[in-house]
Design a protein around this ligand. Structure first.
Ligand SMILES: *Cc1c(COP(=O)(O)O)cnc(C)c1O
Length: 740
């Protein structure tokens, strides 16, 4: 069964079905009716739509591309009309990577926007376009992580369009963003606007993602360099300027397009500079003049109160490195006095009077703030007691159509009980009988095997390539095994495989389970059971401790192999991205998560595994507190301190390596026995319970339902009903995690 019911057209498509030409440009994959519907909602005088502001958006086309899928299903690969042919070629053969994300925050943003599109919500996203993307990772066994900028071509990328100037279609639309030169002179920065059409799964709607491109001739070198690479942290100045480019660009961009949204959703505080502008405008009205620096504290607070009604804010981490603080002296060099006047009152840093705290600022200026899981809500309330009353939980989700593997999806498509699963991940709540069905169980297990085989084909090819490349490059292959394995002796997908892939931050403790290699190897030798560990992930280039963890991982490979007589194989896959993530979460046998509780606010890769029926083995932190289901869906290990008193420190002593790794070693034999001795019963049971218990909850359709509720959008009756249905699949905020 294919998802689309249209009859194959053998390439005969009419331009009107797929092309829109208007004053902003030519857009492929949508119709005039759809485009106008979206635009009408975003420019409606009611302002009943919202802006979604994010520093990064992860939506690579190799893991999800409804347009290409639709065209392929209908057999539309080429056309005799030259204009269509050009677009078809780009769609089918153009680049599939959009390296405008660094990790979980961006992937979450992309997943969220896809669900907004599927649910036809009136939302427009704003982010930056990074000409050098996020860095590409190379890994050398001696040196550890090496980074290079990622060169890509927005011009060649499908679904991405440079918007035209409506008054002069020969040139790009250019906006002017108020800015400051390095020596504190007011200036203007110029930006072009790119629009990615984030299409709904059935192509009947899209969410525009506006990417501000500051690599424009006419901008100073500093601005161009600041905008070039995501999370460029070469200096605090660059970091502060990059945040400003995002925040200060928002109003000029929406004004240029006539967008009227009255709600602004800050996905993290990175774009909070927009609020300074809004408060300035408000103060001008209160004061009836432009000398804002003369405003009293009360007047500034009053303006902030009014503006707060427009703002909703999602905080994503309790970790200090994620809370932007900027030195007041540094800020004095890049802002006008009135801006500092506002920050002096609203961005107070309790720990450091010489800094502005932008997380504190964002916490203050919103009508509602949400954490990304229940446990994270309780930690956030503890960190920001003054705002505890307005902090609630909306637990993260993932876009089910993106993360469920093609093979699993095809199986779900073939099952009558799951008829509507693509549109409604809630249907999995009704599959209890299906899970007992022999033929379903064995089909599911077969599908899993095929996904594992695909993953290991990739891993083995990678090892071979590294082995062959040894003489060609100066990079030492990152994997010890690439020189040991031969074409006749490959890693097997039948071996119990533990996956771990994350940003390498110290609190995620990627190396936790290798704390005591002797003990780990003894467990395997005792049972004569092999294990393959697949690891991947990037450390931010400026994060030295994070990079050290990668070096640790690499350095354990030989020792593990030797001490276990070859039973333990550890592989590092370089350059983690969404595609590698998708292969891993569907191809491994368990997904490992070993952060220090309670520092993992949510975590989403575990949800991706759960969607594929891959059990998690995890510390009780982030989403897993909600997804564990008393062990029906996987395993837990590690300390479960009460979070009211748990340490939030990342210092070595507070990371509990010894206790938590010992807890993992105590658990491991059970997991090995379940996999090797009771796969068809115990192991598969845990796997399949994830479909029933976790898919309906940890998806972005449900999350979007809860957000829409916060946005207070006035939707049409039946639309509102549908959103309520998704919101009610779960109540993120219901339960307290804290032990009273
Ligand atoms: C899902 C994903 C992440 C986030 O994973 P966490 O479990 O939240 O750490 C990071 N990077 C990529 C490429 C992903 O697909």
């Amino acid at each position: 069964m294919t998802y689309f019911s249209h009859a194959p057209l053998n390439g005969n498509i009419s331009p009107a079905d797929f092309l829109v030409k208007n004053e902003l440009g030519t857009f492929f994959g949508t119709t005039e009716a759809v485009f106008n519907d979206v635009w009408q909602k975003l420019t409606d005088p009611s302002g009943n739509s919202s802006l979604y502001i994010s520093m990064e958006i992860g939506a690579d086309l190799d893991v999800y591309n409804p347009l290409r899928r639709h065209l392929a299903d209908r057999g539309i690969l080429s056309s005799s009309a030259p204009e269509l042919q050009r677009h078809l070629k780009k769609t089918h053969q153009g680049p599939v990577k959009i390296p405008n994300y660094g990790g979980g925050l961006g992937v979450l943003a992309g997943d969220t926007l896809k669900s907004f599109a599927d649910l036809r919500l009136p939302v427009v996203a704003i982010s930056l376009l990074y000409r050098h993307g996020y860095f590409s990772q190379y890994v050398d066994s001696e040196l550890g992580q090496l980074s290079r900028s990622t060169v890509w071509s927005p011009e060649q990328t499908p679904t991405l369009y440079l918007l035209k100037d409506p008054h002069n279609p020969a040139i790009p639309l250019e906006i002017e963003v108020p800015f400051y030169t390095e020596d504190n002179q007011p200036a203007l920065a110029l930006a072009h606007l790119w629009m990615k059409t984030e299409l709904s799964s059935t192509l009947d709607y899209f969410v525009p993602e506006l990417l501000l491109d500051f690599s424009v001739t006419g901008n100073t070198k500093v601005i161009q360099e600041t905008a070039r690479q995501l999370y460029n942290a070469s200096s605090s100045l660059t970091k502060a300027l990059q945040r400003r480019l995002l925040g200060a660009g928002i109003l000029p961009a929406v004004n240029a397009l006539g967008i009227t949204s009255r709600t602004i959703h800050l996905n993290e505080q990175h774009g909070v500079v927009v609020v300074i502008q809004l408060i300035s405008e408000e103060l001008q009205q209160i004061l009836r003049h432009n000398n804002i620096e003369e405003a009293s504290n009360e007047q500034i607070q009053e303006a902030a109160r009014r503006i707060s009604k427009k703002i909703v804010y999602t905080i994503h981490t309790p970790v200090t490195a994620g809370h932007d603080r900027f030195d007041k002296k540094l800020y004095a060099g890049i802002s006008r006095k009135s801006c500092r006047r506002i920050l002096d009152v609203l961005a107070v840093d309790a720990d450091n009077p010489a800094a502005y705290n932008f997380t504190n600022f964002a916490m203050r200026v919103n009508r509602t703030a949400n954490s990304v899981s229940r446990i994270h809500r309780d930690v956030t309330r503890r960190q920001f007691p003054a705002f505890a009353h307005k902090i609630s939980a909306i637990t993260n989700g993932v876009h089910h159509l993106t993360w469920i593997s093609e093979k699993r999806a095809a199986l779900f498509d073939s099952i009558a009980a799951l008829d509507n699963w693509r549109k409604d991940p809630g249907v999995f709540t009704g599959i209890e009988t299906l899970l007992k069905d022999h033929s379903f169980r064995s089909s599911f297990a077969k599908t899993w095997k095929r996904d594992s085989a695909q993953l290991f084909a990739y891993v083995n090819a990678m090892l071979k390539e590294h082995r062959n490349g040894m003489t060609r490059t100066w990079i030492n292959p990152p994997n010890y095994l690439s020189s040991i394995l031969s074409d006749h002796n490959l890693l097997s997908p039948e071996v119990f495989t533990i996956g771990f892939a994350r940003r390498f931050s110290t609190y995620k403790r990627a190396d936790l389970i290798f704390s005591n290699i002797d003990m780990l190897c003894d467990i395997l030798l005792d049972r004569q059971r092999p294990v393959t560990f697949l690891f991947a992930g990037k450390a931010h280039p400026a994060d030295e401790p994070g990079k050290k963890v990668i070096k640790h991982i690499l350095s354990y490979q030989a020792e593990l192999f030797e001490k276990s007589n070859g039973l333990a194989n550890l592989i590092f896959i370089p350059n983690y991205d969404m595609n590698i993530a998708k292969m891993l979460v569907s191809g491994v046998h368990v997904w490992l998560n070993s952060p220090k509780r309670p520092l993992e606010a949510s975590g989403t890769s575990g949800m991706k595994a759960a969607m594929n029926g891959v059990p998690n083995i995890s510390i009780m932190d982030g989403w897993w507190v909600e997804g564990y289901n008393e062990g029906r869906t996987g395993w837990k290990f590690g300390k479960e301190e009460d979070i009211v008193s748990a340490s939030l420190s990342e210092s070595k002593e507070s990371l509990f390596y010894e206790e938590d790794s010992a807890s993992f070693y105590a658990l491991l034999p059970d997991v090995l026995d379940a996999f090797y001795n009771s796969f068809d019963s115990l192991f598969l049971d845990k796997s399949l319970q994830n479909l029933l218990l976790n898919i309906p909850l940890f998806n972005t359709h449900r999350m979007a339902g809860e957000y829409a509720d916060r946005y207070d959008l006035a939707l049409a009756g039946d639309h509102q009903e549908k959103m309520n249905y998704f919101a009610k699949l779960y109540s993120s905020d219901n339960f307290s995690i804290s032990i009273e």
